[in-house]
Design a binder for this molecule. Structure first.
Ligand code: GLA
Length: 735
């Protein structure tokens, strides 16, 4: 059994929960007659549940139930599984409320629990899933006797993949309405062992760069209050013991399955205990909960690795591939697409698109994606969002004609939408100015000349859905790029009553989930790719609806090394939208070899974003080769184990990563020489992930080597001349 409950351990410890995956254990204790739920242990798997001795129940003057005077010192030092605000734990809390009388404070204490096989779905929210045979769950019910607020903590153990997921459901069992002002989803209290925090940061066109900093006194907070997970911060944090690298050391990681405002925090307290928390950002959040009503907080995915960051990465990859990503393309190769954004921007018409498609089809490309600019009066980005009607000036004969022509050329057809938006200069806004999120009477903040639709309104949500669905029904459209090009401001709704205005941010995210859920149900064959000004909504929440997400608007191969390294730290390569684009690169002006652009894009979904009729002939001639390369390697890239070998962000000269098949018969390593160094004739690379006892050959080279030789003695990458050069090294077991 992956989840066990042991009763009556000692006078103070009423029970112990032990959750086991194949290689980890997670242990909690119910202490004192009041039933505080304390965190005892998370780490490599333990044989025994008898861990009561490490829970500091006697150090601080303890037992609040018989010595209320010292409740404060207890609450401020005890490792809480889910700390509540206002009664004496001054560290970061997970839950806070306001009663009708304006009072705060609560204490959630154990009432009961239920262990079940499988995992229940979370109402209205994306969440991981698993058959009864692969996971089991415990729901621990706690209550604040004073207000009648209950919290049900759901823990699910995915035994084979070393993942534990957590979420919280708050239920108002009292007689009065109250307001939740904070509901986080997870907390992890541990002794500080010289931890370092790893997180992901960036901006537009440079998303998810890795940052590692010491966990020092005070709080390190990673957050978004932008209404989406954002370019800037990412809802992920790992703490690792000092010196932990790809292959050694301990790592505790949390990742949030949510696409809106979030706060991830690590705090080192006065006793050098750390607290990590993760949840919806409390700023702008106030949820009215009437008697009998419930609030479901999103899910956190946790893992522990004692074999460095690499193992954490592979655990997340396996977990997301098998227990989060869904749909027709879950385990399938994706069509190689060509997108016209960087090729034409807004200046295209049917003829131009067909010319691109014709040339693309001759080269082996499999799908044409028509990006922004095909609807309403959309000749630039100042107008027309919301008017999802084909612009026949650009597309004479309409959408069906274009799609049919593209299909005749042997290509699938995909289309771009930005359904959540409304331009002030649009027929939709002229008809329904109150459909935009806005503060009444205040001039709204424009961003990219647009406002955000108030999707908390049912009629707006239905209109939005129908606008997309109608277009999809009108022609043979097999792919949608769902974009979102601005963040939320001016949080006001003409629909929500005053006491519910604090619900807008979260309701907005729920509405986006509802829209995409409907889309997946009504068009189950569709390949959905989420996007947000590049990669501002690249998060596990969106991954539940779309098996791939556009990684970044920066398509420069060298910038991409950093972006893809950070993204691949947690996400499988199959999820990373990656394209070959034209040079000089439109974002940084860099010129890189076409070959390198292809090699780097191969680590993602692979496609093109250029005018294939205009690029230099020698680049165009390379496309059939790249297409063949994609078909040759994509199964391995999509399904294999990822290993980081060298990081250009750290060493400034070269990058190397590899994917090894699960049976270790095949591996593909990508080496990129970013900057050449004078008098460096080769780089010695130590491969990872091979079977030490298997014999391998390197495609295109003489010689046979045992796996241990290639991993321990290494391999020389030679004869790399120039900057931005790359090489693929394909290794096969000798049969
Ligand atoms: C965003 C996307 C781009 C492109 C443009 C169109 O920036 O990330 O790929 O679709 O919008 O306006």
């Amino acid at each position: 059994m992956a989840i066990q409950f042991y009763q009556n351990i000692s006078d103070e410890i009423k029970g112990i929960f032990k959750l086991d995956t194949k290689e980890t254990s997670y242990v909690m204790g119910v202490v004192d007659s009041e039933g505080f739920l304390g965190h005892i242990y998370y780490g490599s798997r333990l044989n025994d549940y008898r861990l009561a001795h490490v829970l500091r129940v006697k150090e601080a003057p303890f037992v609040p139930s018989v010595n209320n005077r010292d409740r404060g010192s207890f609450l401020d030092s005890f490792p809480m599984e889910y700390p509540a605000e206002g009664l004496g734990d001054y560290r970061e809390s997970c839950i806070a409320l306001e009663t009708r009388g304006g009072n705060t404070g609560l204490s959630l204490n154990y009432v009961s629990h239920k262990i079940t096989e499988g995992k229940p779905a979370l109402l209205g929210l994306p969440a991981s899933f698993g058959e009864k045979s692969v996971c089991s769950s415990v729901e621990i019910l706690c209550e604040d006797a004073h207000t009648g607020v209950q919290a049900a903590f759901l823990y699910t153990v995915f035994e084979d993949v070393d993942i534990i997921t957590r979420s919280v459901r708050v239920i108002n069992k009292g007689n009065e309405e109250l307001y939740l002002t904070k509901v986080f989803s997870a907390c992890l209290d541990m002794d500080n062992r010289d931890f370092e925090a790893v997180s992901l940061h960036g901006s537009w066109a440079r998303e998810r760069h890795i940052q590692t900093v010491p966990v020092s006194h005070g709080k390190l907070s990673i957050e978004s209050v932008r209404g989406e997970s954002s370019h800037q911060d990412h809802p992920f944090m790992a703490v690792k013991t000092k010196g932990t690298d790809q292959d050694h050391g301990e790592v505790y990681a949390m990742h949030f399955v949510y696409s809106g405002n979030f706060k991830v925090m690590v705090q080192n307290d006065q006793f050098d205990q750390i607290r990590m928390t993760m949840g919806i950002h409390p700023e702008g959040f106030k949820w009215k909960l009437g008697p009998g009503e419930e609030f479901q907080a999103p899910e956190v995915v946790m893992t522990y690795s004692d074999e460095g960051l690499g193992k954490m990465t592979r655990t997340f990859h396996d977990f997301y591939r098998n227990h989060l990503i869904r749909g027709a393309y879950k385990d399938k190769k994706r069509p190689i697409l060509i997108n016209n954004w960087e090729a034409t921007y807004f200046e295209f018409n049917t003829e131009k698109l067909i010319a691109i498609a014709r040339q693309a089809s001759e080269l082996g490309i499999e799908m044409l994606v028509m990006d922004d600019g095909w609807f309403g009066n959309r000749f630039d980005d100042n107008r027309a969002l919301g008017d999802w009607i084909v612009n026949e000036e650009k597309l004479p004969g309409g959408l069906k004609y274009l799609v049919d022509q593209v299909n005749k050329l042997g290509l699938k057809f995909g289309i771009w939408f930005e359904p959540e938006m409304i331009s002030p200069d649009s027929d939709l806004y002229r008809a329904h100015p109150d459909w935009a999120i806005a503060i009444p009477g205040r001039v709204g903040t424009l961003s990219r000349n647009q406002y955000v639709l108030d999707l908390t309104r049912r009629e707006v949500l239905d209109y939005t859905y129908e606008s997309v669905a109608k277009v999809l029904r009108s022609a043979n459209i097999e792919y949608v790029k769902w974009d979102m090009n601005r963040q939320l401001t001016d949080i006001g709704s003409a629909y929500l009553p005053a006491e519910r205005m604090g619900e807008l941010y979260h309701r907005y995210v729920l509405a986006v989930y509802e829209l995409q859920d409907r889309l997946m149900k009504d068009f189950p064959y569709l390949l959905l790719e989420n996007c947000s000004g590049g990669g501002a909504r690249f998060d596990p929440g969106m991954l539940y609806y779309s098996p791939q997400i556009w990684c970044s608007d920066d398509t420069d191969a060298i910038e991409r090394l950093k972006i893809q390294e950070g993204t691949a730290l947690i996400y499988p390569l199959s999820a990373m939208g990656a394209h070959v684009s034209d040079c000089p690169n439109h974002t940084v002006g860099r010129v890189t070899p076409f070959e390198t652009r292809g090699h780097v894009a191969l680590a993602g979904t692979f496609g093109y974003e250029l005018d294939v009729t205009k690029i230099p002939a020698q680049d165009r001639e390379m496309i059939p080769e790249q297409v063949a390369m994609y078909h040759k390697y994509n199964d391995l890239v999509r399904e294999g184990d990822y290993y980081r070998i060298a990081s250009y962000s750290e060493n400034r000269y070269y990058d190397c990563y590899g994917v090894v098949s699960k049976d270790k018969k095949e591996a593909l390593y990508t080496f990129v020489q970013v900057l050449n160094r004078p008098n460096y004739h080769s780089r010695r690379i130590f491969f990872k992930g091979l079977d030490p006892m298997k014999e391998y050959r390197i495609e295109g080279e003489e010689g046979v080597y045992f796996g241990d030789v290639l991993m321990k003695a290494g391999y020389l990458v030679q004869n790399m001349w120039g900057d931005y050069k790359s090489r693929l090294i394909h290794i096969l077991e000798v049969s």
